[in-house]
Design a protein around this ligand. Structure first.
Ligand code: UFG
Length: 327
């Protein structure tokens, strides 16, 4: 490791979760290099660090970066993540999420860099057999997006055996919220996630569609485990420390371990915004499991992770501040 503050390469640092990560790393005095091709990221979300424009398809660029900067660890947030699109265009997902990640890992190994933090997802579990979902739940993704993430997890395990690459894969449940500074937040286009769509519905006076009201849940709508994006970033910092201290490869779930239904999210958004929100019942969205709630006790126990935003109201409040400022 370099003598000065460790240097972290953040791939996808102009995206939603990556940009929050960059901010937290800078706050903690890490040196940060950001690589983003702006295919879904936004330049204005990068609030510090050395920003390089480019993608993982450009191996010469990767070699230059690893030669030029004293990178101690890599965090990889750059993936396509729309479940529906992944079903329509699987090869786009395998190319971007798997093949280009091979370029990255191969170049890292070639430069002797062996610490990697990977953004994985609850989608690796597929339809849950048991709630809450622990890390040892069977892995059975039901869409190409989940398959690409699981493929990379497996590739990382094999690269540990073969090359001593130490990795921590973090399986996010439903990332939500925005930075308390109000400077950065979620900016997906198109947007498909519930909380930003509910808040946009408030601002644009259009109804929010409830995708399915006949699920086997208390109010008939899907239940999810929402976790604040800054708490996700904190978990990455803990994972980074673990690897910098010589820790081994591991996998962790990241969620609050509390489930909220679509109707409960809309009701809380009504309370937070103080505005009426019209909701209309709609057909189910294909591929949505009824309930996804994390058992994240492993991250709490082993990483010492302790999410600050434990109630959904605070998560929605932070998102509301951001969306209002963007409107
Ligand atoms: N929903 C609506 N109306 C909307 C948008 C969403 O009712 O306009 C519902 C969905 O049907 C779902 C819930 O709100 O029941 C949450 O949907 P999101 O799209 O916000 O999030 P998902 O749970 O579908 O997706 C998350 C991650 C994915 C990951 C997936 C794992 O964002 O990256 O969990 O299944 F793949």
């Amino acid at each position: 490791m370099s003598a000065s503050n460790p240097t972290v390469l953040v791939i996808g640092g102009a995206g939603y979760i990556g940009s929050h990560m960059v901010r937290e790393l800078i706050e903690k005095n890490y040196s940060v290099v950001v690589l983003d091709n702006f295919s879904t990221g936004h330049r204005q979300l990068v609030t510090g660090g050395q920003l390089i424009e480019g993608g993982l398809g450009n191996v010469d660029l990767l070699r230059d970066i690893f030669s030029k900067y004293p990178i101690d660890a890599v965090m990889h947030f750059a993936a396509f993540s729309l479940v529906g699109e992944s079903v329509q265009a699987p090869l786009k997902y395998y190319r971007n999420n798997v093949a280009e990640t091979i370029n990255l890992i191969e170049t890292m190994i070639g430069h002797g860099i062996k610490r990697f933090i990977f953004s994985s997802t609850a989608a690796v579990y597929g339809e849950p057999e048991k709630i809450p979902i622990a890390e040892n739940h069977p892995l059975n993704p039901t869409n190409p997006y989940g398959s690409t993430k699981l493929t990379v997890e497996r590739m990382l395990a094999d690269c540990d055996t073969a090359h001593g690459l130490k990795s921590i894969s973090l399986r996010y449940f439903n990332a939500a919220g925005a930075h308390p500074s109000g400077m950065i937040g979620e900016m997906h286009e198109p947007e498909s996630h519930l909380i930003p769509l509910v808040l946009r519905a408030v601002l644009s006076h259009v109804p929010i569609k409830i995708f399915g009201s006949d699920y086997p849940t208390p109010d008939g709508t899907c239940i999810r485990d929402y976790v604040h994006v800054c708490d996700l970033a904190q978990a990455h910092l803990l994972a980074l420390q673990t690897l910098l201290e010589g820790g081994g490869s591991q996998v962790f779930n990241l969620g609050n371990s509390v489930g909220f239904s679509v109707r409960q999210v809309i009701e809380l958004a009504r309370q937070v915004t103080g505005r009426a929100i019209e909701a209309v019942e709609h057909d189910r969205r294909p591929g949505d499991p009824a309930v996804l709630v994390a058992d994240s006790s492993k991250a709490r126990r082993i990483l010492g992770w302790s999410p600050v935003y434990e109630n959904l109201e605070a998560i929605i409040e932070s998102a509301w501040r951001w969306h209002r400022s963007q409107h």
